[in-house]
Ligand binder design. Structure first.
Ligand SMILES: Nc1nc2c(ncn2[C@@H]2O[C@H](COP(=O)(O)OP(=O)(O)OP(=O)(O)O)[C@@H](O)[C@H]2O)c(=O)[nH]1
Ligand SMILES: [Mg+2]
Length: 378
């Protein structure tokens, strides 16, 4: 965990990649390692809406998190700087780690370069990592059958890889080594000159070398991505977004993970029935018992079962559930799937009452970056 001893600037690290690739999991591991090495870390999360599972997840591990809601970093560049300033006022981080929205691309031209140009005296900028879920990447790159996302969503996916300084194949704990090898070869062929790493954010294989690279190397200068903003905007608008906060009440104590699984399975089944591919459905459940515990559950494709990554120690009767779903469909379809799931859970033999206290559903608006640096100077 070496940071330059002579450089007094804070390090700014951005870890991108498509929805559900494992950005938050990796960021948490990096933040924990830095903290263990005596470094102060400030985290910045980002979403098109508010009520973020990622923010709750990272705060539950004791980190200071600033959330930029209502638009991506590139379109809310000034908010990104304000968030960094607030963290600086609070705890002067040695390292900022920022997680951009998983449907966002062109980050080097719209975030990294402007940050370096305008605030290069305050931040040293690390290379951009783009994290991949290998199963999803194999499908998008045509190694496995993929008719699940339409071509404009796949366009964004490819553009994300194209602008990466470091392509990070994640989740290698859960996939055959030959499949990773074949994917690596395809990435080398299609995106030459990128550094490619294979890691598991979960089991920590490959993390130390990746993280050391991010601390020791600076963002290079080069031509920004060539990208058609119309196709990019259309691709983003194909993705429905739903963020909701719900109040849970149960007459009898229930297992938090079981509640989340029941809800996730029902929403997934409805969306699968409507041929809507889920990019990421994530949930947290916080009991009202003052314990500060958090159950976390994720689903990153329609053809898998939801995975609990954090569980509660005890059953609960009341709590707050936060749900974020991103899928390729109209957001109203996700809302209908949620309402249907809530009705079904209320009719179970042991009924569960879930009441929506806040909900937002939308298709992301066209990206309009605050800055886009095309002529790069160091
Ligand atoms: N098997 C395995 N699962 C992983 C690994 N890293 C992340 N995951 C799981 O992948 C799912 C998504 O992880 P996140 O870290 O939330 O992904 P993300 O990229 O931050 O997702 P968004 O913020 O929605 O774009 C969760 O269920 C994680 O537990 C890994 O190395 N191996
Ligand atoms: Mg995340």
């Amino acid at each position: 965990m070496t940071l330059s001893a002579t450089d007094s600037r804070a390090r700014y690290i951005m870890i991108g990649g498509f929805l559900g690739a494992g950005k938050s999991t990796a960021i948490l591991k990096l933040a924990q390692r830095l903290r263990a090495a005596g470094r102060t870390v400030g985290l910045i999360t980002n979403d098109q809406g508010i009520d973020l599972v990622d923010t709750a997840f990272m705060r539950s591990h004791g980190f200071d998190v600033e959330e930029i809601a209502g638009g991506c970093f590139c379109c809310r560049f000034d908010s990104l700087k304000d968030a960094a300033d607030r963290l600086t006022m609070k705890m002067r981080p040695d390292v900022f780690i920022a997680e951009p929205v998983g449907s966002c691309t062109d980050l080097i031209a719209t975030v990294s370069y402007p940050l370096r140009r305008l605030y290069g005296d305050a931040f040293s900028i690390a290379p951009l990592s783009v994290v991949l879920d290998p199963t999803r990447a194999r499908r998008v790159l045509g190694l496995d059958d993929d008719s699940r996302f339409s071509s404009k969503v796949r366009y964004i996916y490819r553009k994300q890889i194209e602008e990466a300084d470091l392509i990070v194949i994640n989740k290698i704990d859960g996939i055959d080594a030959n499949a990773v090898q074949e994917l690596t070869q395809r990435l080398r062929d299609e995106f030459p000159d990128r550094e490619i790493r294979s890691v598991s954010a979960r089991t920590e294989i490959g993390l130390p070398a990746w993280f050391d690279h991010l601390l020791a190397n600076d963002l290079k200068s080069g031509n920004p991505l060539t990208i058609d903003y119309e196709t990019y905007a259309e691709g983003e608008a194909l993705l429905g977004w739903l963020n909701a906060t719900l109040t849970l009440q149960s007459p009898e104590p229930v297992e938090g993970t079981a509640v989340l699984e029941s809800l996730a399975n029902r929403v997934r089944d409805t969306l699968t029935g409507r041929s809507a591919e889920i990019a990421h459905m994530k949930m947290t459940l916080a009991p009202d018992d003052g314990s500060n515990e958090l159950a976390v559950l994720n689903l990153v494709r329609n053809d898998v079962v939801p995975e609990a990554s954090q569980a509660l120690s005890d059953p609960l009767t009341t709590g707050e559930l936060v749900l974020n779903v991103r899928a390729e469909c109209d957001a109203t379809e996700i809302r209908a799937a949620l309402d249907d799931a809530i009705r079904k859970l209320a009719r179970r033999s042991t009924p569960l009452s879930l009441t929506i206290s806040h909900v937002e559903q939308f298709q992301p608006a066209p990206p309009e970056p605050t800055h886009r640096d095309t002529n790069q100077t160091e």
